[in-house]
Each structure stands twice: as structure tokens, then as C-alpha cells.
Design a protein around this ligand. Structure first.
Ligand SMILES: [Zn+2]
Length: 258
């Protein structure tokens, strides 16, 4: 029995999902924190229902917005089918944030005192196939003479450690700001959202791992989008955010490509 197969049951299914695999857009959408699902064998990790459905488990609304963007842009979307409570796929295995035993104000009993074997099982079961699928997709496009523009979609909680966050949409980047600059310029006159650069956090917080892994070494245009989750809690909010963000991407990519 492989390490992966004792992590998931048949009913759990695969860790990685791909929507619109034949999408024609250069944009490749990625959603690392798409799901609050836990594999059956992990139970509830000792957490309350409140914690299991909160932002520590997933990015509420992010997948819904990413799916709408995938349709609007005709872009492929790769998303993780299990909760970041087990492994945060936007963190490398050596990061203490990959598997947390405390997240914001919540203790996660099921993550305390993990053995190396269990850490390795989660890395192999969740992280490696996820980042591997992104790597393969980018390589297949390159072989076919296609570009990739890497766009990761996240949501954040309006209140963190008791503090209200004023930013509504964050446009985040690491050392390559080309696409972020273009999107911020396109958003400059909007009255729809309060849009800010590298807020509510930025590359110093270790949040640009997926971009660092795939986009920066290859010089691919890239950006990380953060949406305040109270704004995308229903269909209408998700529609408006996806339209707005797809528009920013279209406008900035047209400008960059001339
Ligand atoms: Zn996220």
C-alpha cells in the first residue's frame, strides 16, 4: 500500500481537481485553499464545527470566484480538494506554516506532536501532487508553444486577531510586479472595491510560495489575488468580484502584450 492510499479512502477521491482543462486562455488559475473537506480518516482533528468551517480551514468563496473567472476567461483552474488544516499547499514542506498546530486563535489538537512519518504522508499526499500538477500543466503549455500567466485566487477574513481589515481586494506580488502593476493601474479609478497592493499581507509573510515555485524562475507573468471573504459570501458577490477581477486581468494583459 502506498503512502497516499492510506491517507484517502475511495470516497475521498483525488487531492487535485482541474476545471476547464482545455481552456484557451494563457491564464492558469490556481486555488490552494479551495476546500474545507477533510479525508474521512482524519475525523475532525479535535476542532469545533465553528473552527472546521472558518477561514483557518479554507478560503471561503475563493473557489466560487475562481470558477466564475475560469468561465469568463476560458482559463484552466487547478484546485486542492482538501483543507489546509492538513497541509497548506501554498507553503513549502520546511515551513512551520505548512502544517500548523495553532492557527490564529484556534488550537488544532489533531496536528500536535506529529511524527515525521505523518508529516511526510501529508506532504506526499497533498502538497506534491498539487504543485506537481501545476508544474506539469505549465510544462505542457510550454511544449505546445503556449504562454502561462499564473494567477492564484484567495480570500481573507475581515477580522483577524480581533482587528478589522479595511482592504477589500489585495493584489499581491513578489519580485515580479508587472501584472500586479497593470491590475492596480486598471483598478485605480474603481469605486467598487478598496484595492491595495500587498495587503492584508505580502511576500515577507511567505504567501507567494506558488508564484515563487513556478512563475518567478521561468519569468512568467503572475499575481496573487486576495478577496475579503464577506464580499463573496453569496452568488451575487461572487459574480461581481469575478467580473471585476477578470476585467482587470484582461485589461492589464492587453496592455502588457501590446
Ligand atoms: Zn488562501
Amino acid at each position: 500500500m502506498s503512502i497516499e492510499s492510506d491517507m484517502f479512502t475511495e470516497a475521498d477521491g483525488e487531492p487535485v481537481a482541474v476545471d476547464n482543462p482545455s481552456g484557451k486562455s494563457d491564464v492558469l488559475l490556481v486555488c490552494e485553499h479551495a476546500s474545507l473537506r477533510l479525508p474521512e480518516r482524519y475525523g475532525d482533528l479535535g476542532l469545533s464545527q465553528d473552527a472546521l468551517t472558518s477561514h483557518i480551514a479554507w478560503d471561503p468563496g475563493a473557489l466560487d470566484v475562481a470558477r466564475r473567472m475560469s468561465k469568463s476567461l476560458d482559463a484552466t483552474l487547478i484546485h486542492q480538494r482538501f483543507s489546509r488544516l492538513l497541509y497548506d499547499c501554498n507553503r513549502p514542506p520546511e515551513s512551520p506554516a505548512a502544517i500548523r498546530d495553532v492557527s490564529e486563535v484556534f488550537r488544532i489538537p489533531g496536528n500536535e506532536n506529529l511524527t515525521e512519518a505523518e508529516r511526510s504522508r501529508r506532504t506526499t499526499g497533498l502538497y506534491l501532487p498539487f504543485q506537481g500538477r501545476i508544474r506539469d500543466e505549465i510544462a505542457a503549455r510550454r511544449d505546445a508553444g503556449r504562454q502561462t500567466v499564473l494567477v492564484t485566487v484567495h480570500s481573507f477574513t475581515p477580522v483577524y486577531f480581533g482587528k478589522q481589515r479595511e482592504v477589500e481586494i489585495g493584489i499581491l506580488h513578489d519580485t515580479d510586479a508587472r501584472l500586479a502593476d497593470g491590475m492596480l493601474e486598471a483598478a485605480a479609478d474603481t469605486s467598487l472595491y478598496r484595492v491595495m497592493r500587498n495587503e492584508p499581507y505580502g511576500p515577507a509573510d511567505g504567501v507567494t510560495h506558488t508564484l515563487e515555485l513556478h512563475a518567478l524562475p521561468a519569468g512568467l507573468l503572475n499575481v496573487m489575488i486576495e478577496i475579503r471573504n464577506d464580499l463573496i459570501a453569496d452568488d451575487n458577490g461572487q459574480d461581481v468580484a469575478a467580473d471585476f477581477l477578470s476585467g482587470l486581468l484582461r485589461e492589464s494583459l492587453t496592455k502588457i502584450h501590446g
